[in-house]
Design a protein around this ligand. Structure first.
Ligand code: BGC
Length: 766
């Protein structure tokens, strides 16, 4: 229904406008009945609905909802369509339960595997995370229900999450941490964004003008509203000015009153409040108009979707001797308390009441002619119990195969606290080691929200990473173990060998008030590749019951301007005997650069289903952004002139196909030429390259001659080489060094004139 919001706002009193800027209670917005402004309901999120039956009553129970795999699992599917379907199903559940906004997706980057909330987040890679987030948003919102992309931004740890100041340089912030939000906000057009509790570079996210006004609203054009994380408000009026519309939950009238007083005293321009109210009303009416009264969802269909999703998220990490898939006639020892009481979701605000539960043991019993169970460890506490281990070993010895369900118990990872180590509890480790020693056919199925160390890996034949697979995790695991589903997930994060090897090890979780993102851009595989560190399992890794050959890569051009697009196609074939899905990954590698860059970065991926023997070609379109870095002088993306390699393969550590292209930049990597503009930057622009070349020539020549003289007098050719290297680095020097390099001939006045002329040439004088 079309409404005239300007008209409605003009009829609202100052008090009514201010009151709309905070909730009604824990989960609702305030209505203004006399003007027909309704109240809408929002609840958690992200991988299912956590709705209290009566949103106004904190003691009311949460209604049952389908528990889908959590973010860490969903991302391992690398399947945009699947995530969209899951989102749409969640949207339907919102419709039945009269919820207008679901709080998710959660797209924070996995900076350290220790972050207690990594199970909710998608990836260490911002492109993958952004793509998954966008699909989730599109799915939910296709049902007329809004999303709240969270937690904006740099909320990458739980330690001191309400106060810590994340110190992140501008380039890293944009390339890694903000990049992850771009897809859900811009492409997904998320109705709302939830700001994080923490500070970023000295300002709380709830009052961070850079994040909310400059990036989200101005640069990305977000038209919806920003709400606080629950209780993340600091100074109310400062927040409103910085672009925060809604404070959640309602804690009393004081903050609304402060807004009124700020307008009355002239501290706050009423136009700022009016703009906030316009955004609030836009979302409130969208939610209200999208309601489908009396809608009911098909719980059985959603459970089946949860099962399909969980199976497609599992990652086969090891399968020696083709032990998997299991055969129905093999007798199986099903070991581990998780087989009867699965760990299928994480703790905290995303914890939901499932509509039903599939236990792994029951699912295996339905597929195996002969199976029996031993708990192996206690669900609570981490200490090993010798008698339980002994019982499990006996059972394992009596069967053809042992399948152990192990991983991390609830108490090992949760919202609100970070992990302190990567190890599984000793009860699980000792059980695996004892069973593997007694049974050569041992499979481990893991339930965990983030990486664990695997000292026992060489001793077992197969490992299936199940993540936190949601309510159908048990049946999905059985589907994969028995080959009903050919495993097709791949890791969306690197699994390290040990904690000390991880990128943020020296800077996580920081001190009492501050955490410095000292590893900069080098998060996840960007770090391991730059350091040539071999992880336990690399980003993008995952096995299948079939094999794939990467046959061909083609680009439709060998050179391009940064205003063009290059189309790349990759052909792969299923060379095995069963049908399967492969995730084709495309990375861009700058071959030369004047700035620090990761070895390579993910810029495309596609999931392809292939019958045995079948080949398919997948297509990718790469534009300027695929080659660009975030330039902190122009505060924008910039793709340098130069050569780039585009590589494709089954994982970040295996990219057999490659094609090279050269890119020509049409942009200018600085706002204005100044004394400290670098020569190489001038060389990159046709209008100034001639000048730079001329200016450099004499001085560089002289430097070379000096080198030759020294070499001769010292009788050492190596000296000349040293001078060659010096010449190279002088080429990167700043413009002001011109005077010295030109033999003292350039005065300050001449330098100013040169700078002026260059700015005129480049039309940068305004
Ligand atoms: C969490 C959010 C959640 C909110 C409401 C907060 O503690 O950080 O992710 O949406 O609570 O439950």
């Amino acid at each position: 229904m079309k409404r005239n919001l300007t008209d409605i706002i003009s009829q609202m009193t100052l008090e009514e406008k201010a009151s709309l800027c905070s909730g009604l209670n824990m989960w609702q917005t305030k209505p203004v009945e006399r003007l027909g402004i309704p109240s809408i309901v929002m609840t958690d999120g992200p991988h299912g609905l956590r709705k209290q039956a009566n949103p106004g009553d904190m003691s009311s129970k949460t209604v049952p909802a389908t528990c889908f795999p959590s973010g860490a699992g969903l991302a391992s599917s690398w399947d945009r369509e699947l995530i969209r379907e899951v989102g749409a199903a969640i949207g339907e559940e919102c419709q039945q339960e009269d919820v207008q906004i679901i709080l998710g997706p959660a797209v924070n980057i996995k900076r350290s595997p220790l972050c207690g909330r990594n199970f909710e987040y998608f990836s260490e890679d911002p492109y993958l995370s952004s793509e998954m987030g966008a699909s989730h948003v599109k799915g939910v919102q296709s049902q007329g229900v809004g999303t709240s992309v969270k937690h904006f931004a740099a909320n990458n740890q739980e330690t001191l999450r309400n106060s810590i100041n994340a110190v992140v340089d501008e380039r890293t912030l944009n390339e890694i941490y903000l990049r992850s939000f771009e897809g859900p906000v811009i492409e997904g057009d998320a109705w709302t964004v939830m700001c994080a509790y923490n500070q970023v570079n000295g300002d709380y996210c709830s009052e961070n003008d850079y994040l909310l006004n400059q990036v989200l609203k101005q640069r990305w054009g977000h038209g919806g509203l920003v709400m606080t994380d629950w209780g993340a408000i600091n100074e109310r009026v400062k927040g409103l000015k910085a672009g925060l519309e809604l404070e959640m939950p309602y804690v009393g009238p004081e903050h609304d009153r402060m807004i009124v007083e700020a307008v009355q005293s002239g501290e706050l321009d009423e136009a700022v409040l009016d703009e906030a109210v316009r955004r609030l009303l836009t979302v409130i009416f969208k939610g209200y108009d999208g309601k489908k009264e009396g809608f009911t969802y098909d719980a059985e269909a959603h459970h089946q979707l949860a099962r399909r999703a969980a199976a497609d998220c599992m990652v086969l990490l090891k399968n020696e001797g083709g032990l998997l898939p299991l055969k129905p006639e093999q007798s199986v020892a099903v070991i581990g308390a998780f087989a009867k009481h699965p760990r299928y979701q994480g703790g905290g605000s995303s914890h939901i009441t499932p509509t039903r539960m599939d236990a792994p043991f029951d699912a295996i019993a339905g597929m195996s002619a002969d199976c029996a169970f031993a708990p192996g460890y206690l669900l609570k506490g981490g200490e090993a119990d010798d008698s339980l281990i002994e019982e499990a070993v006996k059972l394992a010895q009596s069967k053809d195969v042992a399948v152990i369900f192990a991983g991390l118990p609830d108490s090992f990872e949760s919202e609100g606290v970070d992990r302190t180590r990567l190890d599984m509890p000793s009860s699980h480790i000792r059980l695996i080691e004892a069973v593997a020693a007694a049974q050569p056919n041992t499979v481990v199925v893991l339930s965990n929200g983030s990486p664990v160390t695997m000292p026992w890996l060489p001793q077992v034949q197969a490992v299936l990473e199940g993540y936190l697979g949601g309510q159908a995790t048990g049946s999905a695991a059985a589907d994969v173990l028995y080959g009903k589903v050919n495993p097709n997930g791949k890791l969306a994060e690197t699994f390290p060998v040990r904690l000390e090897q991880t990128p943020a090890f020296l800077n996580f979780p920081g001190g009492k008030s501050e955490v410095t993102y000292g590893e900069g851009l080098f998060v996840g595989y960007r770090y391991y590749e730059a350091k040539k560190e071999e992880p336990l399992f690399p980003f993008g890794y995952g096995l299948s019951y079939t094999t794939f050959a990467y046959e061909d890569i083609r680009a439709d051009r060998t050179s391009m301007k940064d205003t063009d697009t290059v189309n790349v196609s990759v052909t792969i074939r299923n060379t095995g005997t069963v049908a399967g899905k492969e995730i084709v990954q495309l990375y861009v590698k700058p071959l030369e650069s004047h700035v620090v860059r990761p070895v390579k970065e993910l810029k495309g991926f596609a999931k392809v289903h292939l019958q045995p023997g079948e080949a398919k070609t997948v297509h990718f379109a790469l534009d300027q952004r695929a080659f660009a870095y975030f330039n902190t002088d122009i505060h924008d993306w910039f793709a340098e002139t130069g050569a780039y390699e585009i590589v494709a393969g089954p994982s970040s550590a295996d990219t057999p196909l490659s094609v090279t292209l050269t890119l020509e930049s049409t942009g200018i990597p600085f706002r204005k030429v100044g004394r400290n503009t670098k020569f190489y930057e001038l060389m990159a622009i046709p209008e100034t390259a001639v000048f730079a070349e001329e200016a450099m020539e004499g001085s560089l020549e002289r430097l070379k001659q000096m080198g030759a003289m020294f070499a001769e007098s010292m009788g050492d050719d190596g000296i000349a080489e040293l001078f060659e290297a010096m010449v190279k680095w002088r080429k990167y020097d700043a413009l002001r060094s011109l005077s010295g390099m030109m033999g003292g001939g350039t005065s300050e006045a001449d330098l100013s004139k040169i700078i002026d002329d260059l700015n005129t040439k480049l039309k940068l004088n305004s």
